[in-house]
Design a protein around this ligand. Structure first.
Ligand code: UDP
Length: 458
């Protein structure tokens, strides 16, 4: 239940963020430690690997611990039935029906029953003076028990949509009795907060990425080709990286030459990431000669809280089979193993760096870590103007936004324009790197969180 993670020394950020930003970070860390006065910060979510939240917590909690803040991380357990209900809530918070099932009293009973089996062991770890940060809908039902225990409780929601609809209303009706009792509520964007959240308990904090994580560290062109050839995504370029196993790749013909211009989307196999739409938009509206699309996501058996992954992967493969042979030869689909996080991170890093254009054609998105990762790597990103992505990319400056995420023609046009113009790719990529450096690095995120902790500890 407890997740092991390594402390990360915030001083290592110095060479990237510069002395001024580092000094401020260290000062605020000291003040926060004093205010917390020995209280621990315990985080609770539903998975230690796979997807943005797990990715984020390794980094954020690592730096918090490295800054001397006593930080813990616990993961709840659930069975497939529980995760089917929480996935339904997740989809509805994004304004979509998901599997179309109900969120009534039966579901509530099942949801609470699973959380009741987690509460005992959690309450054995949580002390009355702890600050507990509960992430997302899966463990949200634990909030009242933690409040009752005497902890100061923050509920942090990483998902959301700008305008509510009947589906979001259903999800909020379900969650409200639990999350309304928290002392503070964190959203990645103010518009994601439902109306019952009192403004004085609301904090808006966007996520960030770690420039030193294996997912983001610099890789030489030779090293990244070596990794991608080891993973079976590019044709052999000399020796194979020792750590990298083959991904499961669906393609026609041989692995690609390293000189092929790649369009890449990296995502969980989730319908809201619209991998099938990327595929269709690319083959129908990106005429660029020689360009190839790579859709990569985690080997699904490894993401316990994502029950739809396998079905979405199969749907995407079916779409690929439905293409005519010329189009099939322009697209590859890859399942990247997740059981070795370092290996997975290296493959994703290499793929993002190898991309001529990175795309994130989500139908809804809280905040795209994949977008921030690509921006940090100076890649031009074409993203849907939904949720957090609309804040992350400044259209025409540090990325390209497509207003309607279902407009395949506009999507294809934006991608083709970048593919056909290397100068524009470089310009947008440079601006993206600058923007990521100002807004999406850990010091900004840690400062935001530190101020919240100071308030809540007061
Ligand atoms: N990711 C990964 N391997 C994969 C697919 C995704 O490591 O095969 C990572 C990706 O690099 C990013 C995170 O998972 O760090 C996804 O976060 P994002 O915010 O983009 O989407 P979420 O999964 O939270 O909806």
């Amino acid at each position: 239940m407890n997740v092991e993670f390594q402390p990360l020394d915030p001083r290592r950020l110095g060479p990237i963020i510069g002395p001024e930003r580092l000094t401020r970070l260290l000062e605020v860390a000291t003040r926060t430690r004093e205010r917390l006065d020995g209280r621990r910060v315990v985080n609770v979510n539903s998975t230690a690997t796979g997807g943005g939240v797990a990715e984020l917590l390794h980094m954020l909690l690592g730096y918090a611990r490295g800054a001397g803040i006593s930080t813990e991380w616990a993961v709840i357990h659930g069975d497939p039935e529980f995760f089917a209900i929480t996935k339904r809530i997740h989809n509805r918070l994004y304004g979509t029906p998901g599997d179309g099932g109900s969120l009534g009293e039966d579901e509530r009973r099942r949801y609470e029953r699973t959380l009741a089996t987690n509460v005992e062991s959690l309450l054995r770890t949580v002390r009355p003076d702890d600050v507990v940060v509960v992430h997302d809908p899966q463990p949200a039902g634990l909030v009242p028990a933690l409040v009752e225990r005497g902890a100061r409780v923050v509920w942090r929601c990483h998902v959301g949509i700008d305008r509510s609809n009947e589906w979001t209303e259903q999800a909020w009706d379900f969650l409200r009795p639990y999350v309304a009792t928290a002392h503070a509520h964190v959203f990645s964007r103010a518009a994601f907060a439902p109306s019952f959240i009192a403004p004085e308990t609301l904090a808006v904090i966007a996520p960030s990425i770690d420039p030193f994580a294996p997912k983001n560290t610099t890789l030489s062109p030779a090293r990244r080709r070596e990794i991608l050839s080891g993973a079976g995504l590019l044709a052999g370029a000399g020796k194979r990286g020792p750590r990298v196993r083959r991904a499961e790749v669906v393609r026609e013909g041989l692995p690609l030459s390293p000189d092929t211009p790649l369009v890449v989307q990296v995502s969980r196999w989730d319908r809201l990431k619209d991998m099938a739409g990327v595929l269709q938009g690319f083959v129908e509206h990106v005429p660029t000669e020689g360009a190839q699309l790579v859709l990569a996501g985690p080997a699904f058996s490894s993401v316990a809280d994502d029950p739809e992954a396998e079905a979405v992967w199969r749907e995407t493969v079916d779409r690929w089979h439905g293409l005519d042979s010329g189009d099939r030869a322009r697209v590859q689909l890859a399942l990247v193993p997740m059981d070795d996080p370092l290996e997975n991170a290296l493959v994703i890093n290499a793929l993002q760096r190898q991309a001529a254009v990175v795309v994130q054609k989500s139908l809804a998105e809280g905040f795209g870590l994949t977008v921030a990762e690509a921006m940090w790597k100076s890649r031009p990103v074409v993203g849907s103007a939904v949720g957090g992505i609309a804040d992350q990319l400044v259209d025409g400056v540090s990325g390209v936004l497509v207003d309607d995420p279902r407009d395949l023609r506009a999507f294809g046009k934006a991608v083709a324009r970048l593919l056909d113009d290397p100068g524009e790719r470089r310009r947008v990529g440079r601006n993206a790197r600058r923007r990521a450096s100002t807004h999406f690095l850990p010091d900004r995120h840690l400062l935001d969180f530190a101020f919240l902790l100071q308030q809540i500890a007061a």
